[in-house]
Design a protein around this ligand. Structure first.
Ligand SMILES: NC(=O)C1=CN([C@@H]2O[C@H](COP(=O)(O)OP(=O)(O)OC[C@H]3O[C@@H](n4cnc5c(N)ncnc54)[C@H](OP(=O)(O)O)[C@@H]3O)[C@@H](O)[C@H]2O)C=CC1
Ligand SMILES: O=C(O)[C@@H]1CCC=N1
Length: 269
């Protein structure tokens, strides 16, 4: 799966939360640590124990440079890898907001660039990543990007880069909404008198189990919801609150997702 990368190397620019999540997945799936070069000013203890090259001399012509620094750090981070521009190295960026055009300006218009939006469940092989490339990306390079990201979960190809801010708002940021759901569901259980650890165990297992059922079932989520909802029962009482037109989930999530997408558009400026 990683032949080209094993031969030429992979440079990971930035190894924080998202970079580590992906690197953990690749190493688990057999990528040789010696074929990875990480650039990061403060390598974590976890990273130091992986056996990858850290802040070492870089390979001459890596197959892939994966950019996983914050959008605000691009100006200071990209010069480290700019020499690879306009060559055969494929750039893959996971940064929210930063457009392909920005990379073309900074790395050279002839550079093959894939913009990707993964999410942190990649760390356990359950991520989902959307990808889109510029016209310089050869089909085999898009396949390489897809293989790299498929090693840590599902991959979808986008027709148009303009979809990326909405993707970021749904699946890139989405795990945080679900973790917040777990936190608040557990807190609500505590408010109803449950001990904190029991409430958290119930909330985590419920979200994980419902997610697995939604993914594995032939029924769509709305039918799965109906299956839980006995007429006149407890679920119906809760859903009357959650599905309220003005204060319920639909409006709340619409506003949250719009705020995330708008922030992505701002980061592009
Ligand atoms: N976290 C997530 O769920 C997701 C994040 N992303 C994208 O991934 C990117 C990284 O986000 P995230 O991992 O959360 O952020 P982090 O801050 O955790 O990681 C960024 C890493 O880059 C390092 N860094 C800073 N400056 C440089 C530099 N000049 N050269 C090399 N490395 C540098 C940081 O070091 P230090 O901390 O010491 O400054 C840090 O380790 C962002 O662009 C984000 O949009 C995309 C999808 C999901
Ligand atoms: O919060 C952020 O900006 C990044 C992008 C998607 C998830 N985390």
């Amino acid at each position: 799966m990683f032949e080209e990368i094993s031969r030429r190397g992979l440079v990971l620019l930035g190894c924080g939360k998202m970079g580590s999540a992906m690197l953990a997945g690749w190493l688990d799936r057999g990528l040789e640590p010696g074929s990875v070069w990480v650039i990061d000013p403060n390598p974590s203890d976890w990273l130091k124990n992986t056996g990858v090259n850290i802040n070492a001399d870089l390979p001459d012509s890596p197959a892939v440079v994966l950019i996983a620094v914050k959008p605000q750090m691009m100006g200071s981070a990209l010069p480290d890898i700019a020499d690879y521009g306009n060559g055969s190295t494929l750039f893959v960026s996971v940064a929210a907001g930063t457009t392909i055009e920005t990379y073309e300006d900074m790395l050279g218009a002839a550079s093959p660039i894939v913009r990707a939006m993964p999410n942190t469940p990649a760390a356990v092989g359950r991520g989902i990543t959307a990808i889109v490339g510029n016209p310089r990306v050869a089909p085999a390079q898009l396949d390489t990007a897809e293989a790299l990201l498929a090693a840590v979960g599902q991959v979808v190809r986008l027709d148009d880069e303009s979809q990326m801010d909405a993707v970021t708002a749904v699946s890139g940021s989405g795990p945080a909404y679900v973790f917040h759901l777990i936190e608040t569901l557990a807190a609500a259980g505590e408010a109803e008198g449950l001990p904190a650890d029991l409430a958290m165990q119930l909330a985590k297992a419920t979200v994980a189990g419902a997610g697995a059922l939604a993914e594995g079932s032939d029924d769509d989520p709305s039918q799965l919801r109906v299956n839980v909802t006995s007429p006149g029962g407890t679920t119906a009482a809760a859903l009357s609150v959650l599905m309220d037109d003005e204060t319920g989930f639909p409006d709340l999530l619409r506003r949250a997702v719009a705020a995330a997408a708008n922030r992505g558009r701002e980061l592009a400026k």
